[in-house]
Design a protein around this ligand. Structure first.
Ligand SMILES: Nc1ncnc2c1ncn2[C@@H]1O[C@H](COP(=O)(O)OP(=O)(O)OP(=O)(O)O)[C@@H](O)[C@H]1O
Length: 267
C-alpha cells in the first residue's frame, strides 16, 4: 500500500450554527492552504471550533460561508479517499479485531477477492495490525483489548481504506500518558510509511509539534487562525527530537500565544 496525499484550500471559511437560543458563530474567516502529504495539527482551546473545521473539510458538514477545495475541487459532501479516527474508537463489540478492520471495505461492497492483483484484503488487515503491534490479536474481541489497543485497531480500520486524507480528532485524548506517547511513535512510523495528508486535532502542544509539519493555532470561539507555524524539526523523528532546541522553541512559542490570548495563565 502506498498512498499519496491531497491538497486542501480553505478560503474565508465561516460556520454559524443556528440553535434554539440564537446563532452561534463557531468559525470566523479561516483561510489556509495545506500541501499534499503534509501532517497538520490544529491546536486551540476547548470549544474553539476544531472539530467543526475538521467536519467541514471532511465534508461531514457544510457551510454557505467561504469555500473548501480538495485537490482543486469544491466539496459538497463526503469525499472518496478520506478516513476519520475519533477520540472514541467506536469498534463493534460483536466483531473480532480483524473483522472490525475489514468493516469499511464490507460497507463499500469490496469483497475480499475483488482486487485480484493485490494481496487479499484480509492479508492487508493482518499486515496493518502487525504494523501497530497487534500481531496475534486478529481473532480477539474489542472487550479483550486495552484502550490503546482498541485505538490502534481504529487506526488500522482507517488505513485499510488507503486514505489519501486522514482526519484524526483527538485520537489519543482518552489514553494514559505512557500509551499516548507510544501511540505518537506508532503514528509517526505509519505516517513515514504511507505519507497521506493528515489533519490531527489535539489539545497537546507537545504532541502537535512532535508530529507535524505545520501547526495551526486557533483562538477561542469564534475560532480564528491566530498563527500558522511551520515546524522546523528534521524527520525521521524519535524521542531525541524532543531535546532539539527547535522543538522546545516551537512549544514555547505556541504556549506564549495562548498566554497572550488569556487561554493559559500561571496565576
Ligand atoms: N451541532 C452544533 N450545534 C450548535 N452548536 C454547535 C454544534 N457543534 C458545535 N457547536 C458549538 O460550536 C463551537 C465549536 O465546537 P467544536 O466542537 O467545533 O469545538 P472544539 O474546538 O472541537 O471543542 P473541544 O476541543 O472541546 O472538542 C462550540 O461553542 C460548540 O458549542
Amino acid at each position: 500500500m502506498s498512498l499519496s496525499g491531497k491538497t486542501i484550500n480553505l478560503d474565508q471559511v465561516e460556520k454559524i450554527y443556528q440553535t434554539r437560543t440564537g446563532p452561534v458563530q463557531a468559525l470566523s474567516k479561516i483561510s489556509v492552504n495545506l500541501d499534499s502529504g503534509s501532517f497538520v495539527s490544529i491546536v486551540g482551546p476547548s470549544g474553539c471550533g476544531k472539530s467543526t473545521l475538521m467536519n467541514l473539510i471532511a465534508g461531514l458538514d457544510t457551510t454557505p460561508h467561504g469555500s473548501i477545495r480538495i485537490n482543486g475541487e469544491k466539496i459538497n459532501g463526503p469525499v472518496d479517499g478520506n478516513a476519520v479516527v475519533f477520540q472514541k474508537d467506536v469498534l463493534l463489540d460483536w466483531r473480532s479485531v480483524i473483522d472490525n478492520v475489514l468493516l469499511p471495505l464490507e460497507i463499500q461492497g469490496i469483497s475480499w477477492w475483488s482486487r485480484p492483483n493485490r494481496k487479499t484484503n484480509k492479508e492487508r488487515a493482518k499486515e496493518l495490525l502487525e504494523l501497530v503491534g497487534l500481531k496475534g490479536f486478529e481473532d480477539k474481541y474489542p472487550h479483550e483489548l486495552s484502550g490503546g489497543m482498541r485505538q490502534r485497531v481504529a487506526i488500522c480500520r482507517a488505513l485499510i481504506q488507503e486514505p489519501e486524507l486522514l482526519f484524526m480528532d483527538e485520537p489519543f485524548g482518552a489514553l494514559d500518558a505512557l500509551t499516548r506517547e507510544q501511540m505518537m511513535y506508532d503514528l509517526l512510523r505509519i505516517y513515514n510509511k504511507y505519507k497521506f495528508t493528515c489533519i490531527f486535532i489535539t489539545h497537546s502542544i507537545e504532541e502537535a509539534v512532535f508530529l507535524s509539519d505545520r501547526v495551526l493555532v486557533m483562538s477561542s470561539r469564534p475560532g480564528k487562525l491566530v498563527k500558522d507555524i511551520s515546524i522546523n524539526l528534521p524527520r525521521p523523528r524519535n524521542s531525541e527530537s524532543r531535546n532539539d532546541s527547535n522543538f522546545t522553541g516551537h512549544v514555547n512559542e505556541i504556549r506564549s500565544i495562548f498566554k497572550t490570548q488569556g487561554i493559559l495563565s500561571e496565576v
